[in-house]
Design a protein around this ligand. Structure first.
Ligand SMILES: Nc1ncnc2c1ncn2[C@@H]1O[C@H](COP(=O)(O)OP(=O)(O)OP(=O)(O)O)[C@@H](O)[C@H]1O
Length: 121
C-alpha cells in the first residue's frame, strides 16, 4: 500500500514538473477547464461528456509524453544532433494531432449549441 501511495507521489511530481516548466501544458490545462465549464453551461449529454473527457485526456497525455521525450533527448543529446531534432519534432507533431482532434471535437459539440443560443438571443 505504501509503495502504491509513493508511486502516485512520483506521478504527481511529474505532473507538477510539466505544469511548472511547460507553457503549452498550462495552456492545455486552461483549455480543459474552459471546455468543462462550457460543458456544464451548455448542458451537454453524457455521450458528449465522454468525448470531451477523452479529448482532455489525449491532449494532456500527448503533452506529457512530449515533455518526457524532450527531457530525455536533452539528457542523451545536449549538443546539436539531427536525429535528436527529429525526435523532438515528431513528438511535437503528436501533440498537434491530439490538439487538432480536440479542437474539431469541441467545435462539433459546442458550435451548434452556441449558434442556437446566439440565434435565440
Ligand atoms: N539537441 C538538438 N539537436 C537538434 N535539434 C534540436 C535539439 N534540441 C532541439 N532541437 C530543435 O529545436 C526544436 C525546439 O526544441 P526545444 O527543446 O526548444 O523544444 P520546445 O518544444 O520549444 O521545448 P520547450 O517547450 O521545453 O521550450 C526541436 O523541435 C528541434 O527541431
Amino acid at each position: 500500500m505504501k509503495k502504491l501511495i509513493r508511486s502516485f507521489g512520483y506521478a504527481f511530481n511529474g505532473l507538477g514538473y510539466a505544469a511548472k516548466t511547460q507553457l503549452n501544458f498550462r495552456i492545455h490545462l486552461v483549455a480543459s477547464i474552459l471546455a468543462v465549464s462550457l460543458g456544464f453551461a451548455l448542458h451537454i449529454s453524457v455521450n458528449e461528456w465522454q468525448w470531451i473527457i477523452l479529448c482532455i485526456a489525449i491532449v494532456l497525455m500527448a503533452e506529457l509524453f512530449n515533455t518526457a521525450l524532450e527531457a530525455l533527448v536533452d539528457l542523451v543529446s545536449p549538443d546539436y544532433n539531427k536525429i535528436a531534432g527529429h525526435v523532438k519534432d515528431i513528438s511535437a507533431g503528436a501533440v498537434v494531432i491530439a490538439a487538432l482532434f480536440a479542437l474539431i471535437t469541441g467545435a462539433v459539440i459546442f458550435l451548434p449549441k452556441l449558434l442556437l443560443l446566439i440565434h435565440a438571443a
